[in-house]
Design a binder for this molecule. Structure first.
Ligand code: SME
Length: 167
């Protein structure tokens, strides 16, 4: 497997285009959802700067349950509507949180986390889970991260059978 790194000379938009080209190549010919999610969070953790956690939660009934991730051990179950993940899932919208201490009900899995972005995974109207990224820097995520990570999530959904991971 090729080891990939991001070119520090690229703009953020170019870096996401590069990242998403590499994701598409990783997913090529492979529809296993667990495998693709595992490789995706490894690639994001490796290529995106200033992260301390990247991972997936999958919807099981009324809870999000921990999936593949990179970073410190994390809480396993999050109720819909709770924390940043549960709120993004319930609202079915990407949440960018510049300062997690200002977010009511934020769930602190790693005390180092200062900002966070959560992208819901929605396949044909069906909520399957969320992609969650944490940073030890305040305001690490912006509109370009929102666009780039939504494109990454769309590639994952298109390429993979995620249905077996959520109910
Ligand atoms: N901070 C998240 C919980 C998950 S961890 O960040 C891995 C939240 O408030 O939902």
């Amino acid at each position: 497997m090729q080891v990939v790194t991001s070119d520090p000379g690229l703009s953020k938009a170019e870096a996401y285009r590069d990242l998403n080209r590499q994701l598409a190549a990783l997913f090529s010919g492979e529809r296993n959802g667990l495998a693709n999610c595992a490789n995706m969070c490894a690639l994001l953790y490796q290529m995106l700067p200033s992260l301390n956690w990247v991972g997936f939660y999958f919807l099981q009934g009324s809870e999000l349950v921990l999936g593949p991730f990179q970073g410190k051990v994390a809480c396993v179950r999050i109720a819909l509507g709770r924390g940043v993940c549960g709120t993004a899932a319930e609202r079915r919208e990407t949440l960018v949180v510049p300062d997690v201490q200002e977010f009511p009900g934020h769930i602190a899995c790693d005390a180092a986390s200062r900002s966070e972005i959560v992208v819901p995974l929605i396949e044909q109207e069906r909520l399957c889970g969320v992609l969650d990224l944490d940073s030890p820097e305040l305001a690490r995520f912006d509109a370009e991260d929102r666009v780039g990570l939504n494109a990454a999530a769309a590639l994952l959904l298109e390429a993979s059978d995620l249905g077996k991971l959520c109910d």
